[in-house]
Structure formats: structure tokens, C-alpha cells
Design a protein around this ligand. Structure first.
Ligand code: SF4
Length: 361
């Protein structure tokens, strides 16, 4: 791997136009001296629009990632246009993926974002291989495809078109309200192939949500996005993950959030307790020490040493509390009315995550 030192002064951000074509709406970039050890690195960009963030534009060699055999995920392929995520959720499951770039799994994961500027073009080529079996492709399983950079790079429309035009079923999981921009395109895709949409919403309290998911749209904005998708005839599921012990797992919190999710018109809810992988733990515990030091003993006992899953007793207790609520609000999978005819194929076609699927978001 080659370590690249880049300096760009007065460079214009030209979105995904890797070949350097003009972008009339571009913001002037700022002087930059960044170090990146990124395969296929083209350039690194910092703009006033995204304070503190650096975007490392790369040319990807491949777009489709095969999910390792033996994984519990109900899909075999993923596409990740970005690595790192400015949504910056403290508990983020994907933080460990930044290590291979010689970047740290904390602040760097939140602010050093790898952008695969040619991802749609490479994907299109891969989907046209005679060997492609048109298996389901999941988007949003590693980092969020609708994080803020997507507003500038606009990689998702090309990805969605490439998948739908090749006859490949797809699913999208996000916390990004930018999803709304692509709803007409997603509706068109759903006329051709099975499509499923899911929004991740797990924290009802606004102060806690801003503290633990500082770069994300608010819960209210995400609920409104679910409502917009539903009104457009697109069934939208909600991933109520991760449920945070002693912070968001009370019956009162869960009932309030589920009631709002129901009101927004979500089709179903899948939940999962906090999963703390090794590379996430130090960042999570540092946050806990700063924001809720009184909970440190409880969390140390729930996630001792290298254990990443909450103990079975906790998971049972949570299930006993949340499952009746999910039923009460009619949000069990398969309970809501069928979507309109154009989307009939999409209904039930998405990943059938079990309630205990490890936390993706
Ligand atoms: S949990 Fe999802 S939205 Fe949050 S930082 Fe990770 S990838 Fe981004």
C-alpha cells in the first residue's frame, strides 16, 4: 500500500466527476495537506460545507462485495459507496473497517470519508457479467449510503439504476433523510425489481439522540422521511437498533417511539440490543464516561472484557418488554396491509432480519 501525501490549494470540489469535468455548483475548496494510505486514491478534498471532514476520492476496482460465508446476514452481496460515516454514531458497528486504511476507528471514522467516485460505473460492469446471478444486493449494511456527502457526490442514483436495469433486487437501510431525493427513482426501480427500504430509528429523546448520533438527522426528520416514503407507496420498515440498556430500553421510551413509528406509517419494526465490538468499545465507553458515568458499572457488567453481545438474560428481558409493544402497534413483520400493486413484488422481499440480528446501525 502506498502512502500518499496530497496538497491542493484552491481546488474546486467537482463531485463524482473524477475526470475533472466542471461542476458549476461546486464550492471552492480549501488548502489541504492530508495524508492518506488509500488504494486507488485520486485526491483529498475539504470544503467549508463540511467542517472538519476530509473526503478521499478513490477509483474503486470493484463495487460488489460478497458477504463472507457463514454470516448470519440474509443477503450475499453488498455495495458500499463510502467508507467511514459522518453520521458519527458512537456505537457504530462498522468502525473497525477503518483500521485497514491506517485510520483510527473513532474520530477518523467520522471525518475521513473514502468516496468511491466511480462505484456506479464499476457496478454496472460487474452486473453485466454473464456469471452474475441477480442475487439480492444490500445497501447501507456497512456505512450509510445517504450520509451527508451523498448530497454532493450523488452516487446512489447511479447505483440504484444499475441494479434495477440489470434486474437485481435491492434493499436500502439508512438514517439519512436524503433518501427522499431518490424516492421517485426508487419507485421506478420497484416497478422492475423487488426493492425494500428501511430507516434506522432507535432513540426518541432528542438530547440523547444528538449526543450519541451527532451527525445524523433528528429522529423527527427520519420519521417524516418514513411518512414521505409510505405516502409515495413505498413500504418502509424501521430498524429500532441498537436498543441501549438503561438509556432507551424502558417500556415508556419504547412505547412512545413505537407509537410515533406507527403514526409515520412504517410497515414493521425489527429491534436489536446494543452490540459492542472490540473496536467500538473504547469509543463507546469514553462517551459513556463523559455523558453517563453513573451507568459505567452496569455496562461493564453487561459487556465485560471482550464480549460484544449483551447477555442472554438481558436479551430475554428486552424481548419480553418490546415484543408485546411491537404487536400492540401492529408493527410485526407481515401485519401491515400489502403495498400498492406496483410494489407487490417488493413486499416481503427484503432481508428477513430476525429480531436478534446483530446491530447493523
Ligand atoms: S451506525 Fe450507520 S449511520 Fe451511524 S455512523 Fe455507523 S454507518 Fe453511519
Amino acid at each position: 500500500m502506498i502512502r500518499i501525501y496530497v496538497r491542493m490549494v484552491g481546488m474546486r470540489w467537482n463531485g463524482q466527476r473524477a475526470a475533472g469535468t466542471a461542476d458549476d455548483g461546486a464550492l471552492p475548496g480549501l488548502a489541504l495537506a492530508e495524508v492518506a494510505a488509500v488504494p486507488g486514491h485520486l485526491r483529498s478534498v475539504r470544503t467549508p460545507e463540511f467542517q472538519g471532514a476530509v473526503f478521499h476520492e478513490v477509483l474503486a476496482k470493484s463495487a460488489l462485495n460478497r458477504v463472507p460465508g457463514g454470516s448470519s446476514m440474509p443477503f450475499s452481496w453488498t455495495v458500499n459507496p463510502y467508507r467511514g460515516c459522518s453520521h458519527a454514531c458512537v456505537y457504530c458497528f462498522a468502525r473497525g473497517s477503518h483500521r485497514y486504511l491506517e485510520l483510527d476507528t473513532g474520530r477518523d471514522f467520522d471525518s475521513q470519508i473514502i468516496v468511491k467516485v466511480n462505484v456506479a460505473e464499476v457496478l454496472r460492469r460487474e452486473l453485466h457479467r454473464p456469471s452474475w446471478a441477480h442475487e439480492h444486493v444490500a445497501l447501507g449494511t456497512n456505512t450509510d449510503p445517504y450520509q451527508r456527502a451523498e448530497g454532493r457526490y450523488r452516487l446512489m442514483p447511479g447505483i440504484i439504476r444499475a441494479l434495477s436495469e440489470s434486474g437485481t433486487p435491492l434493499s436500502i437501510l439508512t438514517k439519512g433523510t436524503l433518501l427522499r431525493r431518490d424516492l421517485p427513482l426508487i419507485s421506478e426501480a420497484a416497478d422492475r425489481v423487488p426493492v425494500s427500504l428501511a430507516m434506522s430509528i432507535a432513540v426518541g429523546d432528542p438530547a440523547l439522540q444528538q449526543s450519541i448520533e451527532p451527525g445524523t438527522p433528528s429522529t423527527r426528520a427520519r420519521l417524516e422521511t418514513v411518512a414521505t416514503a409510505s405516502a409515495a407507496g413505498l413500504a418502509c420498515d424501521v430498524f429500532l437498533m441498537p436498543v441501549l440498556p438503561r438509556l432507551t430500553d424502558s417500556t415508556a421510551h419504547l412505547a412512545r417511539l413505537l407509537s410515533e413509528i406507527r403514526e409515520a406509517g412504517a410497515r414493521s419494526v425489527m429491534y436489536g440490543p446494543l452490540h459492542l465490538r472490540t473496536h467500538v468499545k473504547p469509543w463507546f465507553f469514553a462517551w459513556l464516561e463523559r455523558e453517563h458515568p453513573e451507568l459505567l458499572p452496569a455496562y461493564r457488567s453487561l459487556y465485560p472484557g471482550s464480549s460484544s453481545r449483551a447477555p442472554q438474560a438481558y436479551r430475554r428481558e428486552l424481548a419480553a418488554r418490546i415484543r408485546p409493544l411491537i404487536r400492540r402497534y401492529g408493527l410485526e413483520r407481515g401485519e401491515r396491509p400489502a403495498p400498492p400493486p406496483a410494489l407487490a413484488r417488493a413486499a416481503g422481499s427484503g432481508p428477513s432480519f430476525s429480531p436478534e440480528t446483530p446491530t447493523l446501525f
